[in-house]
Write a protein that binds this ligand. Structure first.
Ligand code: 5GP
Ligand code: ZN
Length: 138
């Protein structure tokens, strides 16, 4: 593996405002926050994407995200809501190839939002793709 900025943060070789860490995960402030208090949770073991991520690390990352979401509400960030977001792959907007869960505090009128419009496919299309995905679960 080459240079990874999040591994450098975990190893304290790069500067970061760390909020939390345990044996499996670390959480720190996003350097370019969408909203004030925007956090990132990362597994300490490098995984470039979800396919490489150990399920236990994924579970731990989500649990830390849950705890941070609660803390963001009662902290001075005063979040009224929270979005959890994870980009897996370039097309999904992933820019740093060390898996990370965004924890984005929300307040009224903060301007944050995901682009995209819901579609309204027929049930047979939903069933068709459901079967296709189900068949790959193993
Ligand atoms: P992605 O688009 O890969 O889901 O998000 C990458 C996130 O990492 C972005 O929100 C970006 O601001 C954040 N980021 C990139 N480099 C650094 C860094 O060096 N330090 C911190 N704290 N965040 C970073
Ligand atoms: Zn890394």
């Amino acid at each position: 593996m080459g240079h990874c900025i999040f591994c450098s943060i975990i190893d304290r070789e790069a500067e970061a405002s760390i909020v939390y860490e345990d044996g499996r995960t670390a959480a720190f402030m996003d350097i370019r926050p969408f909203t004030p208090g925007h956090l990132l949770v990362v597994p300490k073991t490098h995984a470039a994407n979800l396919a490489e991520l150990a399920p236990a690390d994924g579970g731990a990352m989500f649990q830390v995200g849950q705890r941070l979401a609660e803390a963001l509400r009662s902290s001075e960030v005063a979040a009224e809501g929270v979005n959890l977001f994870l980009a897996d792959g370039v097309i999904a907007g992933q820019e740093v190839f060390h898996v990370h869960l965004h924890v984005i505090p929300r307040t009224a009128g903060d301007g944050f939002g995901l682009r995209g419009r819901p579609t309204n496919p027929p049930r047979e299309d939903l069933d068709y793709l459901a079967a296709s995905v189900r068949g790959r679960l193993g």
